[in-house]
Design a protein around this ligand. Structure first.
Ligand code: ATP
Length: 404
């Protein structure tokens, strides 16, 4: 396994100290209820270790993308409730529009050893995503030690992931989750047992197309499905109807096709696609679908899943792999009619003896909800972060942590 030379929670003495822990509690919510608590359970080992060490544990996280300051629907309150159930322990939720305002400071002042306080959504402060010192200083002022266990946010230089480390008086360390993520992903990238197959899908086309250049160099086969595939198909002259596309990346996709050829790497794209007249609304609602060649999608249709022929081709390519990294579902898996492609790839992964690493909140949700969680080696909690890590980039949230 790749080893991370950063301080971790085992290297800390937290007895009697206030420990600020940046978690990734960016969980999916529907009508105020958490629909998947994977990210909360993943944070438990670090929290439990700090409580048992008699620290005063102050948790913080972002949730969603509040645009103009505090918004009730992005409050972390439901997370506090779920966390309290999971730990079987009361958690004080510091409701506070300033995140580190009067209420939060009062809650922290009243803490005993082993207590837990959860702060309000860090993105309620406009400085957070701009990494402006005023909020970083506020965060640092309420703690003695800083722990970053938010792998899913480690690729962002924000106040709660990077800025706070400039001002915190004591030690900084990574949590268990961060450590585990880096060990698995690091191994897949730096030391993969070959053949190494990378699978990309999902909808964040603009973000994800960028990683392809690096992935092509590192893997032996690159499979592209989901909403990612259509920019490539269009680049090759195919008709993609109203499917997801990034028109600015057409040239880039052609370059990637050439790059794969010149490096002797396999780049596999869908040959058939499940299409519908529009994106399902609600997402799991009834929808009428048909299958067309991927390069001949009618203008009034959009591609929403890989077709049966493509499922076979992708499954075959995975069969002989020894390392597989998968980021992004093959279709709109939230809808049973559009989940078949994702199920087919998940089943193929479950049948290999390869080391299988799933990156991405939605890919992870798909693998878990489809019942394949115990068949894969590691489910990463960070989509963008795992991609950037796979790209070989240094993640700022890890970089700033003190070395051992
Ligand atoms: P995250 O970035 O949140 O960690 P992820 O990397 O696993 O998640 P995303 O890129 O966010 O994945 O994409 C997931 C979404 O992509 C799903 O909600 C799915 O419905 C959608 N999706 C998959 N295929 C298509 C498609 N062909 N057209 C439109 N949306 C699609």
């Amino acid at each position: 396994m790749a080893k991370l030379n950063k301080k971790n929670v085992d290297n800390l003495r937290v007895d009697g100290k206030r420990v600020l822990v940046r978690c990734d509690f960016n969980v999916p919510l529907k009508d105020g209820k958490i629909t998947n608590d994977n990210r909360i359970t993943a944070a438990l080992p670090t929290i439990q270790k700090l409580i048992s060490g008699n620290g005063k544990v102050i948790l913080c996280s972002h949730l969603g993308k509040p645009k103009n300051g505090p918004e009730e629907k992005f409050s972390l309150k439901p997370v506090a409730e779920r966390l309290s159930e999971l730990l079987d322990k009361p958690i004080t939720f510091a409701k506070d529009d300033e995140v580190v305002g009067k209420n939060a400071r009062k809650a922290i002042a009243g803490m005993n050893y082993g207590d837990i306080v959860l702060l309000e959504n860090t993105r309620f402060r406009s400085e957070e995503t701009k990494n402006i010192d005023s909020f970083s200083k506020d965060l640092a002022s309420i703690a003695d030690i800083y722990v970053n266990d938010a792998f899913g946010s480690a690729h962002r230089a924000h106040c709660s992931t990077v800025g706070v480390t400039k001002f915190i008086s004591g030690e900084t360390a990574v949590g268990y989750l961060m450590n585990k993520e880096i060990e698995f992903l690091g191994n897949a990238v730096e030391n993969p047992i070959r053949p190494f197959v990378a699978i990309l899908g999902g909808a964040k086309v603009a973000d994800k197309l960028n990683v392809i250049s690096n992935l092509i160099e590192k893997c032996d086969t690159l499979i592209i499905g989901g909403g990612m595939a259509f920019t490539f198909i269009k680049a090759q002259g195919g008709a993609i109807g109203g499917s997801l596309v990034d028109n600015e990346k057409i040239d880039y996709c052609n370059q990637m096709i050439e790059k794969a050829k010149s490096l002797g790497k396999k780049l596999i794209l869908p040959v058939d696609t499940v299409v519908a007249e529009s994106f399902p609304d609600p997402i799991d609602g009834k929808i009428s679908v048909m299958t067309t060649p991927s390069a001949a999608i009618p203008t009034n249709m959009c591609g929403l899943d890989i077709g049966p022929e493509t499922q076979k081709i992708f499954a075959e390519a995975v069969k002989t792999a020894k390392t597989v990294v998968w980021n992004g579902p093959m279709g709109v898996f939230e809808n049973p009619l559009l989940a078949k492609g994702t199920i087919a790839v998940a089943s193929a992964l479950a049948e290999t003896d390869a080391t299988t690493v799933i990156g991405g909140g939605d890919s992870a949700a798909a693998v878990i909800s489809l019942g394949f969680a115990d068949k894969v080696s590691h489910i990463s909690t960070g989509g963008g972060a795992s991609l950037e890590y796979l790209e070989g980039k240094t993640l700022p949230g890890i970089e700033v942590i003190q070395d051992k």
